[in-house]
Ligand binder design. Sequence first.
Ligand code: B1M
Length: 281
Amino acid sequence: MNQPADTNDLPVRVRRAAWLARAAFLLVFAINVQCAASFVLWPDVYAPSFEVAGVPGAAAVQGLGIAFLMWNATYPAVIASPLRFRAVAVIVLVQQAIDEGIPAQTILTEGLLKGMDVVGEKFKNNEIFVPEVLVAARAMNMGVALLKPLLAAQGVKASGKVCIGTVQGDLHDIGKNLVKMMMEGKGLEVVDLGTDVSPENFVRTAKEQNCQVICCSALLTTTMDVMGEVVKEAEREGIRDKVKIMVGGAPVTDAFAKSIGADAYTPDAASAADVAAQFCA
Ligand code: B1M
């Protein structure tokens, strides 16, 4: 798969799609600003309609208009961002790679994940900031959504139930979502607890839903210790001998997993799915 160096290297249809998205975005922006300005300038005209929806009086309508205007002020910033509409480019390029017959796994590891490494490096060096990282994360998730059915179709069927989540205090979920996707591809039933999951929630879910494996993801060095608490909670609740506990995420290592008494550490989503399938077999 060719890696475009900058926007001008993108195929014509990708650039066209991005321009169309930009035009639609500008249209929505113009309509929003017009509505917001009307609420501020002529609140009395809109007050009766808003009263039906529970907004009392012209002053409240004016307040809503001001809030709406402020919110719309973020639109130009988005349009000016160097990463604008890259999600559209990601969707088109991933689809193009699929059409060219490149295996879904290769598109994921050589395309999307390598791209996210670049984002991580720039984030670390303060070249880009949280909003740009969120834009990149959204673009990545859109590309992953296209690959999901293909990756699932490649999976070998197994049966079993696992619960997965990002540990308490941690909101990173891209890696966790990939692990989930790979596990589903192996035919495992996955209960997704989302992010910021407490040890009690992991263990309660495993008990209530009869999960054979608890999967914990952590991306922050400050939150990885919560994984040890999950192991302790499983012991306290008397299910430690019935459930396997798997851990992973960028700062996690095999030595760390052993030190907290987890059953397995895997460095990536594919190997996590393999090990979970083995535990459930
Ligand atoms: Co954050 N962030 N972030 N971030 N972020 C990191 C992790 C960081 C390394 C960036 C950096 O400084 N270079 C750094 C952590 C430093 C540290 O603790 N050592 C960091 C920081 C500091 C922060 C904030 C504190 C920033 C701030 O606010 N000042 C903040 C924390 C918020 C919080 O969680 N409470 C924060 C916020 C964010 C965003 C919200 C902006 C966004 C998250 C969006 C989202 O997830 N929806 C974000 C992102 C995107 C990143 C980077 C750039 C990318 C992470 C990612 O998704 N990678 C990241 C830098 C980097 O990693 N290069 C960074 C791609 C993903 C596929 O990889 O999650 O590692 P990963 O998953 C892999 C494997 O680890 C494995 O499989 C996956 C692929 O095969 N895996 C498992 C994951 N879980 C597994 C579980 C398993 C097995 C394998 O078994 C159960």
